[in-house]
Design a protein around this ligand. Structure first.
Ligand code: MG
Ligand code: MG
Length: 273
């Protein structure tokens, strides 16, 4: 996480962040079209990198602190920061794909978790609750609230459903830098933390575990897995705080269209009430 202070964006800068974030949504849709049992995670990464570069952008993650890939692909008990490679996707996997794109000087960042083929109902519910926790967090992202209102809302919703909320990894401000201030934790106290003001752009990204919240970092230096090896889910949007309320700059709409057309992904992750 970079140091410094919160950088507030102009309306024009927010549109640049929106364009980068929309490209990320379209890139994740390309991944969704190609996700099926038998594909390697490195082949998905190659598709995403080509798509981003074909649109005049660069992958935000490639080269970030030495990360060598366009996507983080985290399967089953992997929470985040999974590295694409020779791993073959199998029927029943849940696959979290995180992507960033940099265009016209600004980053966009978004993530989605896909169930491949038949996935057990308990794990599907984890995905639904995680996606819903993101949307509930976004609802709190309004002028006059504080970061802690987002954090506490995500935490209480996920814990009410019996899940573990990862604490060591957090959301973040975003703009010219992939990771800016403030940190956006997925746990915390209402009314705490920095005040939300118009012009803030943040990535909100709950990482929710079916079991314990504890995590382990693998010896590769990147991959984070759950302490009990139960599955984990991750959904992320880049948003802007505006006087009119939260403005979601990234989108899942392209991804969800791609899911509808992919017979290997039969379950659309519905948002819960
Ligand atoms: Mg991300
Ligand atoms: Mg992020």
């Amino acid at each position: 996480m970079s140091g410094g202070t919160i950088v507030y964006k102009t309306a024009e800068e927010i549109e640049y962040i929106r364009n980068s974030s929309l490209l990320v949504g379209k890139t994740l849709a390309e991944v969704a079209k190609n996700l099926k049992p038998g594909v390697t995670t490195s082949s998905l990464d190659a598709i995403a990198e080509k798509f981003i570069r074909d649109h005049g952008a660069t992958p935000s993650f490639k080269g970030y602190h030495g990360f060598k890939h366009t996507l983080c692909i985290s399967v089953n008990e992997e929470v985040v920061h999974g590295m694409p490679g020779a791993r073959v996707i199998k029927e029943g996997d849940v696959v979290s794909v995180d992507c960033g794109a940099f265009m016209n000087g600004y980053h966009g960042d978004s993530a989605y978790t896909f169930p491949v083929g038949e996935v057990n109902e308990d794990t599907l519910q984890l995905l639904r609750v995680t996606k819903t926790s993101l949307l509930k967090g976004i609802e709190q992202a309004k002028v006059g609230n504080r970061i802690g209102d987002i954090s506490a809302t995500i935490q209480s919703y996920a814990e009410k459903n019996g899940y573990g909320v990862v604490r060591e990894l957090v959301g973040h401000g975003i703009g010219k830098q992939l990771h800016e201030k403030p940190e956006v934790a997925n746990y915390g106290k209402r009314g705490s933390g920095p005040q939300l003001k118009a012009g803030m752009t943040i990535a909100i990204e709950p990482m929710i575990n079916r079991g314990t919240r504890s995590i382990i970092q693998l010896k590769d230096g990147w991959t984070i897995i759950t302490g009990d090896r139960k599955p984990s889910a991750h959904f992320e949007h880049t948003i802007a705080i505006t006087e009119a309320g939260p403005d979601i700059l990234s989108t899942f709409s392209y991804i969800e269209l791609a899911i509808e057309e992919n017979s290997y992904i039969t379950e659309k992750i519905e948002t819960l009430a």
